[in-house]
Write a new protein. Structure first.
Length: 107
């Protein structure tokens, strides 16, 4: 896996993600201010990328709050498994170690 991060793209907040493995490919694209796309003889033009963090992740925040309320108020099971949290932490730890050592860290 290769992770490239930047918070300073000149054209907006670019947050694409591709995960490729033996079972297939997962692609997560950017969200734009609207879904309009103009294609003409000068090229393909579309709206700017969503700008602010709340604008980009508003629905995710609402979904997390809904899940939390369902667990507390309705006694539903938490939708995330412990091993999922551990796996994410391993990726974050490896990314930090790679940054600190300037070397590839295999998971």
């Amino acid at each position: 896996m290769t992770i490239n991060l930047s918070r300073s793209a000149t054209y907006g907040y670019d947050q694409r993600c591709e995960i490729f493995g033996s079972g297939g490919l997962l692609t997560i694209g950017n969200e734009f201010a609207n879904t309009s796309v103009l294609s003409d003889d000068h090229g393909i033009h579309q709206a700017k990328l969503k700008h602010s963090f709340p604008e980009r992740f508003q629905q995710a925040f609402f979904s997390e709050l809904d899940a939390f309320a369902d667990v507390i108020l309705l006694g539903k099971k938490w939708p995330i498994r412990a091993d999922d949290c551990i796996a994410v932490q391993k990726v974050a730890d490896a990314a930090r170690k790679s940054c600190e050592t300037d070397k590839v860290v295999y998971i």
